[in-house]
Design a protein around this ligand. Structure first.
Ligand SMILES: C[S@@+](CC[C@H](N)C(=O)[O-])C[C@H]1O[C@@H](n2cnc3c(N)ncnc32)[C@H](O)[C@@H]1O
Length: 250
């Protein structure tokens, strides 16, 4: 069989890069309205603890430009806003207009819709100038990006010298037996919960498979360095179910 050098993975399925981007858009179109509820159900609320921990590491302060890529329904941007009041510029960028639209509704409910800049765009080619951002975040977004290295290089491009990069993402557990237990839970429970709540089993099957396709912590750390970042490092959360990678632009 001829291997297509441009083929990539959508979960366990080999697809062309264009197909992957289209399919990822379809997944988030389908889950957008129930996305926040499903996050709480699937993680038992633990995603909130991970996101709060990310914010503690960032230590947001006024006067800076924060860019939250794959910002979806706003969880990270809203937390930054809660820390800095309206003293910072916060840009939310996502490929998917449905997810951003849910985010906008949530921002209206919180009374700070106009405190954010909302951009539809691809992490691989951000519609932002070079050296224009102080802090770049991407939470549970990188594994959905078709060409991860392009996203890392573009993160480096938009950051100012001295700027910081943070990626919160599902990762790989520290111990094999833990990974096996977690795999058993996630393959059995998550697609079923997706089917019950969103009537969309396939999207949650993709979610579980995409987690397995993430590079290991050390591999991602090296790829972040290769994109130009210094001080590339990571911290495991919940024994490696998720990890926060970070780096700096000199
Ligand atoms: C799992 S959600 C994460 C949302 C939010 N960051 C959070 O932590 O709750 C993944 C988001 O990544 C977005 N996404 C996927 N591929 C992207 C890309 N290439 N560029 C920008 N956003 C992308 C999806 O549209 C979706 O909103």
């Amino acid at each position: 069989m001829m291997l297509n050098p441009e083929s990539t993975q959508f979960g366990h399925e080999a697809v062309s890069p264009e197909q992957k981007t289209e399919k990822v858009i379809e997944v988030f179109d389908s889950v957008a309205s129930k996305y926040d509820l499903m996050n709480d159900i699937m993680s038992g609320g633990v995603h909130r603890i991970w996101k709060n921990h990310l914010i503690r590491k960032i230590r947001p302060r006024a006067g800076l430009h924060y860019l939250d890529v794959a910002g979806g329904t706003g969880d990270i941007a809203f937390r930054i806003r809660e820390k800095v009041g309206n003293g910072a510029k916060i840009t939310l960028c996502d490929l998917n207009t449905e997810m951003l639209s849910v985010g906008r509704d949530r921002a209206i409910n919180k009374g700070y819709l106009n405190d954010f800049e909302w951009i539809t765009g691809n992490a691989e080619a951000l519609p932002l100038p070079d050296n224009s951002v102080d802090v770049y975040t991407i939470a549970f977004g990188l594994r959905n990006v078709t060409r991860i290295d392009n996203a890392l290089t573009d993160a480096f491009r938009v950051l100012r010298p001295g700027g910081r990069f943070f990626c919160l993402e599902f990762s790989h557990m520290e111990e094999n037996y833990m990974q096996k237990l977690y795999d058993a839970y996630s393959y059995a429970f998550i697609p079923k919960a997706g089917e019950l709540i969103t009537k969309d089993r396939a999207s949650y099957q993709y979610l579980v498979e995409s987690i397995r396709k993430m590079p290991t912590q050390n591999a991602l750390k090296d790829r972040i360095s290769k994109a130009g970042f210094s001080k590339s490092t990571f911290e495991n959360l919940s024994f490696g179910i998720a990890a926060i990678h970070s780096g700096s632009k000199r």
